[in-house]
Design a protein around this ligand. Structure first.
Ligand SMILES: Nc1ncnc2c1ncn2[C@@H]1O[C@H](COP(=O)(O)OP(=O)(O)OP(=O)(O)O)[C@@H](O)[C@H]1O
Ligand SMILES: [Mg+2]
Length: 218
């Protein structure tokens, strides 16, 4: 907010040339985006603390959700020089709240794009494993030291050397939302390969791949 106020003051200068003005506006837009995200993250945490975050139970097609995530983050991935793709897998239907699963997916994809070097790949997968529905986000970054894996889920925690613009709230929110849906988030990591998996109860619902013919109703 401080920096935003500073730019506002600077914008008041009538002598400002057009390119500088545009640069200030870009900076201000970025600050507003960050503030909006922070406000909405803090609101979510307050709701969670107050027990006021309600979650629906509905069949959620994780492969379709992965597809939408890949589409949504396509431009961001291109801008940061990442290859982002949904890997073909068997898919899975979770018994969960679609909007909240999206929210967790966004947190994980954003991390995979933000905390790894440009030129690496990020892959999404939807699959069934051991009676659960799983959405995986895999990246090719430096990896996460074993002893810090639990701490990542604490509020405001960030690894040393992490790009400083985040608040360290994403994974804390993701974990609490997953638990509200009787799910969890697991980490598998080694240098060059990190997989965050959202593990959810398997849904009873059926799902249809977009191009597959819908089965006849009996
Ligand atoms: N895929 C990843 N690869 C490497 N480090 C990661 C990855 N995801 C998360 N981290 C580490 O975990 C920390 C916590 O992540 P978290 O999403 O909670 O916060 P953040 O990304 O720093 O900020 P924000 O609140 O904007 O999400 C990050 O700061 C980063 O150090
Ligand atoms: Mg994050």
């Amino acid at each position: 907010m401080f920096s935003l106020a500073g730019f506002l003051e600077l914008m008041d200068d009538e002598e400002l040339d057009e390119p500088t003005k545009q640069e200030f506006l870009d900076q201000m837009r970025e600050q507003v985006t960050r503030l909006t995200k922070l406000a909405s993250d803090l609101l979510d945490l307050s709701r969670l603390d107050a027990g006021r975050m309600s979650v629906d139970r509905e069949p959620v097609d994780l492969a379709r959700l992965g597809e939408e995530l890949a589409e949504e983050f396509g431009p961001t991935a291109r801008a940061s020089g990442h290859e982002l793709e949904l890997e073909e897998h068997d898919g899975a239907v979770a018994d969960a709240d679609e909007l909240r699963v999206f929210q967790i997916g966004r947190i994980l994809v954003e991390n995979a794009l933000f905390h790894t070097p440009s030129g690496t790949a990020v892959r999404l997968r939807a699959l069934q494993r051991e009676g659960s529905a799983v959405l995986e986000v895999e990246d090719e970054g430096a990896g996460i030291p074993h002893e810090q894996r639990d701490q990542l889920f604490e509020r405001f925690y960030r690894l040393d050397g992490t790009r400083a613009s985040g608040s360290g709230l994403g994974l804390a929110i993701a974990k609490e939302l997953a638990e509200l849906m009787d799910g969890r988030i697991t980490i598998e990591s080694e240098p060059g390969r990190t997989v965050f998996a959202l593990v959810l109860p398997l849904g009873a619902g059926r799902f249809y791949r977009e191009n597959a013919p819908a089965p006849a109703l009996s």
